[in-house]
Design a protein around this ligand. Structure first.
Ligand SMILES: *Cc1c(COP(=O)(O)O)cnc(C)c1O
Length: 449
């Protein structure tokens, strides 16, 4: 065991060092060689060291270099040194944090990390948090709490009786709602297509003046950080309108809520603290290893009611404060709090502010380079997201393909209000100013007519 782990650490360090010069997307030869890892299940096992050697030889070159500093696809973070190392140690610990008695340390670190995140994001300290796999499940969990709360108020026990015959619940979203929030709604039985969609403005922000009349059991979902533009829904105005009608407000802040950690960006999140529940990712801007996200609910009673399940498995412990599993979808799960704790401990408040601010400045620098090169930036670059057009839709598509093939960086595409655009998301702690300049130069070279 000991030799294997030391060798593996060596391999990992060599891998990460190699990312500095590698193309970001793997070469097709390297992808073809993945066949070496396939084939039928071997009859006889192999030595662990030999297994790891194959994994490194064929697996490592076939990875997407999103752990490095030149990956700008989707909204994908890297892993901070302390977070990656803590994740390894936690792997050795192999704790199950579903129950406190199964892992006092895992449970404690989750609580500490959740408290620190509440502090950094400006969420009420009394809110109840839980670790989940990512913002999809964070949205799901928070909306399950919302479902409980609005139906309880209507005299209906949704956990026991289900949605059949229940009073109808109106769910309001912005026109620019993230697809995974719709997925969460469909998993919860709300139906993707029966949501009320509120028009958005040119940056994708929900128009509070278009919210319409709200009545009866209602959940309003707003967004802190549009996945294309980085824009924020007007939380203060929406919360005021929604709360005066007795509605629940959920905030999908997968990456955007982290803006609160940086003093210069904090104004963007104004009013989100008035929400009733929040979803945020840790694997995006906090830069912890996949997968990790957090859900927070102002009145933890509703989250517990939604997640606790039926009482009565006599082998499972119960406690007044609640076991971790009573606030999350899973029973067994890994100790995500360990990575998050280590990330936050290594950054501190100032380091987190710096990480967020740096990514935003990088995004801005790249946008300015491309604009200076004669290309059109389609969004107000308020955060870490940039949308750029290189002319016609065909030209933009051609440039995106060329950028992806070139490998200096990796950017995806999108359609923004009818116009094709290349998306740039700077979410990694590892990105440097040199990376930005190098990538800007490559994009400008590839976009040249
Ligand atoms: C990324 C994202 C999600 C989904 O998060 P996952 O971690 O991929 O599950 C939801 N909402 C927004 C706004 C996002 O950016």
């Amino acid at each position: 065991m000991e030799t294997l782990l030391r060798e593996t650490a060596e391999r990992a360090a060599t891998y990460l060092e190699g990312l500095k010069e590698r193309t970001v997307f793997p070469r097709s030869d390297d992808l073809h060689r993945l066949d070496e890892l396939a084939g039928p299940l071997p009859e006889r096992g192999e030595e662990p060291a030999a297994v790891l050697a194959q994994l490194d030889r064929y697996g490592s070159p076939a990875t997407v270099a999103s752990a490095g500093g030149r990956y700008f696809g989707f909204v994908i973070g890297s892993a901070l040194p302390a977070a990656l190392a803590a994740n390894w140690l936690a792997g050795a610990w192999n704790q199950n944090v579903g129950l406190e008695v199964a892992s006092p340390v895992g449970t404690r670190l989750e609580r500490v990390a959740l408290g620190w995140v509440q502090d950094l994001l400006g969420l009420p300290p009394s809110a109840q948090g839980a670790f989940v796999t990512g913002a999809t499940m964070a949205n799901f969990s928070a909306l399950a709490a919302a479902r409980h709360a609005v139906l309880e108020k209507a005299g209906w026990d949704v956990e026991a009786r289900g949605l059949f015959g229940a009073p109808p619940v109106t769910v309001v979203v912005g026109e620019e709602v993230h697809v995974t929030l719709l997925k969460a709604l469909s998993l919860l039985g709300f139906g993707r297509d029966r949501v009320v969609r509120v028009p958005t403005d040119g940056q994708g922000r929900m128009r509070a003046d278009q919210l319409g009349e709200l009545s009866g059991p209602t959940i309003v979902c707003i967004q802190a950080g549009n996945v294309n533009t980085g824009a924020f829904d007007p939380a203060t105005a929406v919360c005021e309108r929604a709360h005066s009608a007795g509605a629940w407000v959920h905030v999908d802040g997968a990456f955007g809520l982290w803006a609160h950690a940086a003093p210069s960006r904090r104004h963007l999140t104004a009013g989100v603290e008035n929400g009733d529940s929040w979803a945020v990712d840790a694997h995006k801007w906090l830069n912890v290893p996949y997968d990790s996200g957090m859900t927070f609910v102002r009145d933890g009673r509703h989250l517990r009611a939604a997640m606790a399940g039926a009482a009565g498995a006599s082998y499972l412990p119960v406690s007044d404060r609640g076991e971790p599993t009573e606030f999350a979808p899973e029973l067994s799960r890994r100790a995500r709090g360990v990575d998050a704790w280590a990330a936050l401990k290594s950054l501190g408040r100032s380091g987190m502010a710096d990480l967020v601010e740096r990514c935003c400045l990088h995004a801005n620098r790249l946008a300015e380079r491309l604009r200076a090169g004669g290309h059109r930036i389609l969004n107000d670059v308020v955060l870490n997201q940039v949308l750029v057009s290189f002319g016609s839709d065909e030209q933009t598509l051609r440039v995106i393909e060329a950028v992806q093939r070139d490998g200096t960086c990796w950017c995806g595409g999108t359609v923004w209000h009818g116009t094709r655009a290349m998306r740039v998301s700077v979410s990694s702690w590892a990105t440097t100013t040199e990376d930005i300049d190098r990538c800007a130069a490559a994009i400008l070279r590839l976009a040249a007519p």
